[in-house]
Structure formats: structure tokens, C-alpha cells
Design a protein around this ligand. Structure first.
Ligand code: ADP
Ligand code: 5GP
Length: 207
């Protein structure tokens, strides 16, 4: 397949906790092996089934502070009393190499990454079909206490109010349909002329 050289992009998928951003990001990564997954660092403890280096890099407060102060994080935020951050180097390296990175982070993270990587971010907000369904999905993650779930639901309303900061929005009702829409957003962003650094050369070489 002929390709036009281009700069990579950073697809930031945000949703309230339980909204399905991780599930959608995983499905996209599974279907497209050119996509790069950003693995966040966090000071929270792993949930059952979570793996260090795959789901998160689970680190302690001292290491987190060292990374933050050393400029190794593209963005960071305190969420539910724990620290979360996006390692800078893998994202910048992928974009420079023309590869696309997927981040599943919160709305604060989206705003910070957008500021840190001007022009490189495509923001996709994932809405739940209803607050009742969001509560049900949070409830299926048995490791969270009732109190944690109540906090996450209260926070969700504030996060949803920030949907206006995003380029694209979808409702995560049927999962397959949501994944298809997210893939369509990515495909369209890949065609954005502003990122096609090799367009002139490609056109000149058409013959
Ligand atoms: P987030 O990363 O936004 O916190 P997750 O991707 O972990 O959310 O999804 C929360 C829960 O909801 C998971 O148990 C996931 O399997 C489930 N889930 C996600 N999308 C759907 C969907 N469209 N229909 C039913 N359950 C879903
Ligand atoms: P969880 O503990 O459920 O995995 O994540 C809690 C919240 O932290 C979610 O809203 C999630 O998107 C957010 N989060 C995860 N990684 C990052 C990150 O690297 N940066 C920011 N800002 N938020 C993150």
C-alpha cells in the first residue's frame, strides 16, 4: 500500500471511570498492531488481574515524585487520592516516528496532554448510555468498595460537563458499535492534511 509520510497523532480517549475507555482502547489496540499503547504510571495498588507494565506501571510515591520533577511525565493528576501520569518519552518517540498512540486517561489528563502536544492530540469523549448503566458497570468491578463507586459516580457528573473540550464524542452503548466509531475517528484523523508531512513529496512523485 502506498503511504504518505506523516507525523503520528495522540488519540486521547477519556470517559468517567467505568465509561469504557480502557475496553475501547484495548479493542482498538488488538485490531491494529501499528497502534502504540501508552502505559500510565500510578501510585494505586493493582486490582486483581492487573499486571505491572501492561495495565499500569505500579510505582511508589517517591518514584512518582522523581519522575514528575525530572520532567519524565507528559501530564499527571491526582485522581481519587492516588497519582496517575503519562510517561513522556514513549509518546514523543512514537509520534516523531509517525506512529499513533492511544491514551485512556481522565478529562484533566486530556486537557494537559492537549496543552503539552499542540496539534498532535485528537480528543474522544466516551459517554455512558445512562448514569444507571454507568453505576452498573462500576459495580461489576468487584474490587471497588461501595464508597469508591459513589465517589466515582459523583465525579462522573463533573467530568461529563467537560465533554465540550473534546473533538469527538460517542455513546458506549453497544460495545462493537462504539469501537467501530472510535476506529472511524482515528482513520479520519490519520487523513488530516495538516499531519501529512510527506504530501508534497508524494504528489510530486505521482508521475
Ligand atoms: P474505564 O476504563 O472507562 O474506567 P472500563 O473499560 O474498565 O472503563 O469499563 C468498565 C466496565 O464496563 C468493565 O467491566 C467493562 O467490561 C464494561 N463495559 C465497557 N463497555 C461496555 C459496554 N458497551 N457494554 C457493557 N459493558 C461494558
Ligand atoms: P483507575 O484507578 O480506575 O484505573 O483510574 C482512575 C482514573 O484515573 C480514570 O479516570 C483514569 O482515566 C485516570 N487515569 C489513568 N491513567 C491516567 C494518566 O496517566 N493520567 C491521568 N491524568 N489520568 C489517568
Amino acid at each position: 500500500m502506498p503511504e504518505i509520510a506523516r507525523r503520528g497523532l495522540c488519540l486521547v480517549i477519556a470517559a468517567p471511570s467505568g465509561g469504557g475507555k480502557t475496553t475501547i482502547a484495548q479493542a482498538m489496540l488488538g485490531a491494529d498492531n501499528t497502534l502504540v499503547r501508552s502505559v500510565s504510571v500510578t501510585t494505586r495498588k493493582p486490582r486483581p488481574g492487573e499486571e505491572n507494565g501492561r495495565d499500569y506501571h505500579f510505582i511508589d510515591d517517591a518514584r512518582f515524585a522523581a519522575m514528575r520533577e525530572g520532567g519524565a511525565l507528559l501530564e499527571w493528576a491526582g485522581v481519587f487520592g492516588r497519582q496517575y501520569g503519562t510517561p513522556r518519552a514513549p509518546v514523543e518517540a512514537a509520534i516523531a516516528a509517525g506512529r499513533d498512540v492511544v491514551l485512556a486517561i481522565d478529562v484533566q489528563g486530556h486537557a494537559l496532554v492537549r496543552a503539552a502536544l499542540p496539534g498532535d492530540v485528537v480528543g474522544l469523549f466516551v459517554l455512558p448510555p445512562s448514569m444507571a448503566e454507568l453505576a452498573r458497570r462500576l459495580d461489576t468491578r468487584a474490587s471497588d468498595s461501595a464508597e469508591q463507586i459513589a465517589t466515582r459516580l459523583a465525579t462522573a457528573r463533573h467530568e461529563i460537563a467537560r465533554v465540550v473540550e473534546f473533538d469527538h464524542v460517542l455513546i458506549n452503548d453497544d460495545l462493537d458499535a462504539a469501537v467501530r466509531r472510535a476506529q472511524a475517528v482515528l482513520e479520519a484523523a490519520r487523513c488530516a492534511r495538516s499531519r501529512l508531512s510527506g504530501l508534497g513529496a508524494f504528489v510530486a512523485g505521482l508521475g
